[in-house]
Design a protein around this ligand. Structure first.
Ligand code: TXA
Ligand code: MG
Length: 329
């Protein structure tokens, strides 16, 4: 299959292009779209065959359910059995935006979308292109991140093509996705709500609305409750490690003749001949640039990527989570 790439304005997307892309989705096709977090691979969530195509294109295991995107809370209602009161409050505060809520699924949703499970993960994106596409498609859109299974998430159209060129119908290229890491996933079928994946909306933001949440995802040893939270995930091809003493570690590796990429925090320079990328030392800026920096380093012929350990703290939870999954050992 030939994958088309259409440039589209991120703020004021062309209505004709959106209408054409919506038609592809209604016919059961696959369209990669920008969201405010990362690029997603969209298909009609009410069409079991279209959902099946997502699993095939990504090489995703059939046990890992898909996030479904809708325009607003009203559009979420028919896909769920009930929306508990805390979910209403969270939706009022954070939708549209990077929060995914896990709710009881209704029979309207084909079981392949939720990998046979009784719950559905729902999100209302804020990106104008994703919203425009939801409007023209006129159906809810299942859209996991637009990468091959277990590979790095895409924050740009060329990252999408790196994994999915020839496997999907279309990429809508609206430039970089600004959030940079995927949405926060919160299970609201239980009380207190349970954090399944840390993301751009941090626990304190959620707790300000619904009181204490179960944050046990934080403990590395704790049970992994989200099926997609498999250990090896978001990984570059190049072996990656996080180091608190990264300068020393890079020096060691270079001394043994290894080609090293070094991902630093707020500091471009390197005393050594290695490939350096620097990310801002605030969590928001770091998240926005993380996957793009990893993609860039991964495209170079390197033996190893060393990441300078970022700070601890709630704002950095999502970043530590993605880095620990990107480690090979
Ligand atoms: O920001 C995002 O969430 C992006 C953009 C494209 O919306 N999407 C995304 O999808 O990251 P994906 O499939 O890469 O990650 C979704 C996560 C997976 O870990 C999946 O296992 C989990 O959400 N998930 C999906 N449905 C679930 C459910 N019913 N219960 C628990 N976890 C679920
Ligand atoms: Mg993903």
């Amino acid at each position: 299959m030939k994958t088309e790439v259409w440039q589209i304005d991120p703020e004021q997307p062309d209505a004709k292009l959106l209408a054409k892309a919506g038609k592809i989705l209604r016919r059961g096709g696959l369209v990669a779209m920008p969201t405010e977090t990362v690029y997603g691979l969209a298909a009609n969530a009410l069409d079991a065959q279209a959902a099946e195509r997502i699993y095939a294109a990504k090489g995703r295991t059939p046990t890992n359910p898909l996030i479904v995107h809708v325009l607003d809370l009203t559009a979420a209602i028919p896909l769920t059995r009930e929306i508990p009161e805390p979910a209403h409050r969270l939706a009022a505060k954070f939708w549209p935006g990077p929060l995914t809520l896990v709710l009881q699924k209704s029979d309207a949703v084909p079981s392949i979308v939720t990998a046979g499970g009784a719950t559905i993960a729902l999100r209302v994106p804020s990106h104008p292109v994703a919203r425009g596409l939801l409007q023209t498609a006129g159906v809810p859109l299942a859209a996991p991140s637009a990468n091959r299974s277990n590979a790095l998430s895409p924050t740009r159209a060329d990252h999408v093509l790196r994994g999915l060129d020839g496997r999907i119908d279309l990429v809508l290229d609206a430039g970089p996705a600004h959030g940079g890491i995927e949405s926060t996933v919160l299970d609201v079928t239980c009380s207190p709500p349970r954090l399944l994946r840390p993301g751009l909306i941090v626990p304190a933001d959620l707790e300000a609305i619904v009181g204490p949440i179960d944050r046990s995802i934080r403990s590395a040893e704790g049970p992994l409750r989200s099926p997609g939270m498999l250990k090896k995930h978001y990984a570059p091809r190049t072996p990656l490690e996080v180091s608190a003493e990264s300068e020393e570690r890079v020096r060691q590796l270079v001394a043994t003749g290894q080609r090293v990429g070094w991902l630093r925090l707020g500091n471009q320079s390197s005393p050594m001949h290695v490939s350096v990328r620097a990310l801002p030392s605030n969590a928001e800026g770091y998240a926005a640039g993380l996957f793009a920096a990893l993609h860039e380093l991964d495209e170079q012929p390197l033996d190893r990527i060393v990441v300078e350990a970022p700070p601890e703290g709630d704002a950095w939870l999502g970043i530590h989570d993605r880095l620990s999954r990107a480690c090979h050992e």
